[in-house]
Design a protein around this ligand. Structure first.
Ligand code: CP3
Length: 344
């Protein structure tokens, strides 16, 4: 049967008159209804593991705005949690985890096959969504890429320059690579289970890919993505994958071809003109309005939205932000962006 959901059509390489649209972090603190449900759940992690409430917050932006895709409400750090690294969130600061810096720490982690019991509520959320979503809305599952998840596991928190992870890579390469391999295998397991539960597309978030340079990028961003994507394609033929090697710069060129991704998500550091000429030539791209426009709004938002739509209009394109929407965004600006994309 021919695909009818706009997001899946773009991912299969079709150029559509109006690009499908969704937004990274579309369920989040900028929405009053999200804040209310999060308060009901108690805290962020309880919200992730409560299938009914996670289903509800995933649906909120779909109801309010009519996006073309819903992204499962969860977090990239649930894999470390499932592997047995303690995880908690400090309000106003971000995630904290027990650190993995020695062979002893690593030996305590579970194997990739053992994550499913812990993650069962997430699969339940996917399954709920797959029956609850309007028929034209695609359901996106996701995971963090091994390098990005490893940066949090090694440091035990978010870091500006990923220093602790780079240090471990240099000082104990075998341990670092064992962690990357464990995360690669777990990610395959996790995404595969999301697809079995009803995800129609999956996205791999490598938010810190930009801090890997040269050979390190090829070994720890490109190679794991390639392994994950080829395994997903073997197990689930036809399910598209979006890769997000954020701030990869020139390494965006050829990334989709090399890894087998159906689409690469673009951050704000690349211009639409450059990306259309160098990246979109190989297939679908997603992006890349700066999330700051969701705070500032106005004519600049309209102009830049039109500019992005125009620049990518001759090839497959999914409209999105270059990174997640921030808590200080104005929900009205999201509507203005959508109206501008669809004004056509
Ligand atoms: O896009 C979506 O709406 C789906 C849900 C989603 C969340 N996090 C929910 C979330 C997704 C896809 C993520 C991905 C994620 N999580 C990434 C990769 C993408 C990126 O933004 O670079 C990363 C690095 C994380 C790890 C993480 N989770 C951090 C560093 C933080 C704290 C910073 C912050 O924004 O508060 C989180 C928390 C988090 N994940 C929130 C949400 C809605 C905020 C939690 C809250 O309600 O307090």
């Amino acid at each position: 049967m021919a695909e009818t959901k706009p997001l899946l059509r773009a991912l299969s390489g079709e150029t559509l008159p109006t690009p499908p649209i969704w937004m990274m972090r579309q369920a989040g603190r900028y929405l009053p209804e999200y804040r209310a449900t999060r308060a009901e759940a108690g805290d962020f992690l309880s919200l992730c593991y409560n299938s009914d409430l996670a289903t509800e917050v995933t649906l909120q932006p779909i109801r309010r705005y009519g996006f073309d895709a819903a992204i499962l409400f969860a977090d990239i750090l649930l894999i470390p949690d499932a592997l047995g690294a303690d995880l908690w969130f400090v309000t106003g600061e971000g995630p904290r985890l027990s650190t993995i810096t020695t062979e002893e720490d690593f030996a305590k982690l579970k194997s990739a096959d053992d994550i499913h019991d812990h993650l069962a509520p997430i699969y339940q959320t996917v399954s709920n969504l797959s029956s609850a979503l309007p028929k034209e809305v695609a359901l996106i599952g996701f995971a963090g890429a091994p390098w990005t998840v490893a940066t949090y596991m090694i440091a035990g928190r978010g870091t500006k320059d990923q220093g602790p992870a780079h240090a471990l890579m240099q000082e104990n390469t075998p341990l670092f690579e064992a962690l990357i391999d464990r995360l690669t295998d777990s990610t395959i397991e996790y995404l595969s289970a999301q697809i079995r539960a009803g995800a129609e597309c999956v996205k791999l978030f490598d938010s810190w890919a930009g801090s890997l340079k040269g050979e390190a990028f090829d070994k720890y961003a490109l190679a794991p993505a390639k392994k994950i994507i080829s395994e997903i394609k073997d197990r689930h033929p036809g399910v598209p994958v979006i890769a997000f090697p954020r701030e990869a710069g020139d390494k965006y060129i050829g990334f989709a071809k090399e890894t087998g991704a159906n689409c690469v998500a673009l951050d704000n550091s690349v211009s639409p003109e450059w990306a259309a000429a160098n990246v979109q030539v190989d297939g679908c791209v997603q992006g890349n309005l700066a999330s700051s426009h969701m705070v500032t709004g106005g004519q600049a938002l309209v102009d830049e939205t039109r500019h992005i739509v125009q620049t990518f209009k001759n090839g497959p394109h999914i409209f999105n932000l270059g990174h997640g929407i921030t808590p200080d965004a104005n929900p009205d600006n999201v509507q203005l962006m959508i109206d501008t994309v669809r004004e056509g």
